[in-house]
Design a protein around this ligand. Sequence first.
Ligand code: SPV
Ligand code: MG
Length: 565
Amino acid sequence: MTLWPMSDGFPTMPNNMKKTSQFKALLESNELEFLLEAHNGISARIGEEAGFKGLWASGLCLSGQYAVRDNNEASWTQVLEMCEFMADSTSVPIMLDGDTGYGNFNNMRRLVTKLEQRGVAAVCIEDKLFPKQNSFISGETQPLADAEEFAGKIRAGKDAQSDDDFCIVARIEALIAGWGLGEAMRRAEAYVEAGADAILIHSALKRPDEVLAFQAEWGGELPVVIVPTRYYTTPTDVFRDAGFSLAIWANHMLRAAVGAMQKAASRLAQEQNLLSIEDLVVPVSEIFRLQGAGELEVAERRYLPAQRTGTRAVVLAASRGEELGELTEGRPKALVEVDGRPLLQHIVDAYNTIGIKHLTVVRGYAKEAFALPGLHYVDNDEFESTGELVSLRCALDALAALGDDNTDDVVVSYGDLLFRKFVPEILCECESDLALVVDTEWRASASRERRADYVRCTAPPSRRSFYDRVCLERAGSDLDEKDVHGEWMGLFKISSRLLPEVRETLERILADDTNRRAEVPQLMNELVAAGREIEVVYTSGHWLDVNSLADVVRAGSFGRDGVVE
Ligand code: SPV
Ligand code: MG
């Protein structure tokens, strides 16, 4: 069983056979087949992607990747744990190098049961003593298990398996230990008798002479498996011609990884910059791909509730705010402190609270004073001779340049604007492509000496207007009082769908040099004139733009309790 759906970005295996049956088929095929070593989930997946029909969970490499010795220093459950990751990440069968079975027949029984539960298709056990030593370290001095005791272990394993196709491969170490062909043959017979599904004949010679001699003598009674690590110069056709069943490339993934890591590590240590190794290493996206990130994205679309498109905020904060006098000497209005924190921090907090975390801030005056981290800063260096629309164009151009990220809706607001979180929230929830929030209590603040952007809409605020869709007819500070339905609060939503059109409109307006100082209401009016509907959401209070010293004081109480005096 694999937990890995192989359809997304990975080859779908042509056969739906159980892994145990796949492994048995490999053993019994008339061709020479190959197993590749793997020692963790990612190496297993890489092996399968390369086309291997089966994998070898090598004891040497599993212990090696933990940086412990191949002497049963890693516990068998630690080995099992890794095998489970390997099995989960692949759809081809895995044979575990089960060393000596981690104990006697009883341990072997439990091992087989657990391997079946974890999706491992086969196990190979060797006739040495626990704790074993790697065959290539003083192999000739290593004691062998008693052949009868080992045959009992095989029998116990075969009796313990619940899947008929689970395979137990008996590995003979007689040649490694210097006992010669006769002992190897005697043992092979005993292990076949005990029910082994195949024999692995191991040799530490530089040439394949021993394994070829064994094969010639053996005569094909059961499939024979070889590990050509030492006799690697042998042409593979020699193994084919001899009729071996499986050749195991037993440790080459770990050795390849170690070489690559050593090279990258020593270069980095020497050069102290990433440039020197970037071409040596795979891109991070390749790691994501191997982890199956693509499948998760598909699943998220399928199982998570439909997400509202992401929303970004653009904060226009290029102006100094001369009217605040020395408060804005060397710092822009957006950084004036209100209740102990810069205005901009209050704005960031309000947006963050409703889940908007991407903020693009357009800087101009004293831009170096902006030190709030985590914000996307864009500069309008012509802030002295330009108005809001040039700043907005800087921001939208920068967002468009982000490419894929530019699938978000945008809420535009000002760096001197304080608002309760529900104000942008109602804008985000509004389904229209373009929308603005309008304060119906405009008369209360109209008495203050300030410039206000008033709006005339398709319907005045009323109980009905809560249910009916109301749209903007005209915005501006020059509206006749009798035409005013409310005051624009300074927040404007543009859906991702309409962003290109809004940018085009901006371009058109700004192509005329007399519009260098144009402000957002002009953009709205142009959009309305072009037949676009801009939805008006009526609400009241709970916002404040900071235009004077008196406003700074008011803002202090706004920050604390939301009351605008
Ligand atoms: C292993 O890969 O752990 C093996 C093969 O057992 S060998 O290292 O050649 O003994
Ligand atoms: Mg081993």
